[in-house]
Write a protein that binds this ligand. Sequence first.
Ligand code: GLU
Length: 491
Amino acid sequence: MKSIRVRFAPSPTGALHIGGARTALFNWLYARHYGGNLVLRLEDTDTGRSTQDSAQGILEGLSWLGIDWDEGPDKGGNYGPYRQSQRLDIYQKYLQELIDSGAAYYCFCSTQDLAAEKARAREEGCEYRYSRRCDSLDRAEALQRVKSGEAAVIRLRVPSTGTTRVDDLIRGEVEFANSLMDDFIIAKSDGWPTYNFAVVVDDHLMAISHVIRAEEHLSNTPRQILIYQALNWPLPQFAHVSMILAPDRSKLSKRHGATSVQEFRELGYLPQALLNYLALLGWSSGTDQDLWDVNDIIPLFNLDHVSRSAAVYDLEKLTWMNGYYISQAQSELLAEEIMRADRVKAWLSSSTMGHLIEVVELIKGRAKLIPDLIDAAAYFFEPVSGYDEKGAKKHFARENSMELLQADLEVFSADQDFTLQSLETALRNKASALNVKAADLIHPLRLALTGRTNSPGIFEVAVLLGRDRCIERIKQAMGWIDQNQANHRLQ
Ligand code: GLU
């Protein structure tokens, strides 16, 4: 059996979009499943839009996700170079071959000539197709004109009848009428190949067995097949993965929020969550299991389980998955991650990394995004500077609020052990002695210790804050209530 070789071939003209990341992931899963090779090829023939920064960003995005490749611009390999801009002489060779065999021809039509043709087609109400005017030029004469420096593109001669069939591993057989395809351009007048030509030459010379890519390239495939045929090359297998649609089923775009891997990273998504989510955008295990380590998908992955219908993107589900992966992540790693923020760096000037890790351990089960961890950790490292407004109305404005906090203060002052159990027992005993519910003591206590109405278990929070800080915060809350009552009396 021919060895499996797949490729991810981004154009470095922007960030790594999640659609691109999913294509990369499917290629990676396919390569890893079959013990094949994943090639990374940079398709930078659009010289006006390709940048080194984009190329760098795409490689970094893939690495951050944990998608590794076996050959590529940074790694080398036996089929390089892996950057199309470094393969121009290779394309020239095959362009020449097509000119020599008569499968392609030089076209000297100017932009104005073509615009006039298009305008005529519009007037006549018919679909525009190149008139093939230059196809009838004498070959020797055309060559002479090119030699003398006249600008020319190269066009592939496309049969005007019949069909070209794409056998797609996901979409089945798709037929395209040749009459609908122009004699399309395979090399521009500056000598650079067009996408369709470069991709065929590269996929063939890089011995790619399976072209797995986005559905938007399906309509390019018949053109590519015609190039393979003109060069007498065997076809690879094609598989076009469905579009990712926004929840309103429109094309996913900027207006739907983050779309690039880098943006998701900055928002606080973990690579495991993004990978898990992207894997399920189009692939299905046939079970209702949602949470997957991608390494467990490798043995199951094949193209039969990749759906033909569009995948609808659901940010809520991705965020839910992210929460799961945060709750499962090592607290040390999460602490390191949040330490990149200046706010957290400032905390560590008066506290220790060990304390930060303990706090993260306590709060990570409730965070959805990495910044949630910073927010939830804040009251362990910063003073409580105010109280949740609704919470204060509910828990600090009752007639007996002061007494309840006083009772909390007594519990905290008397408890020498200051453990989860000792605190809880003491507080519950106090509540029964006062004939109130434990919750009556806990709600104001939570607000006093954290400034908030939501927190992890209050005894865990208290133990981590330490006795002195708890006592100080309860007294601060009592002072606040006192002040508020005084203000009320003045009004
Ligand atoms: N360079 C193309 C893109 O970024 C992909 C080409 C292909 O996979 O054939 O969309």
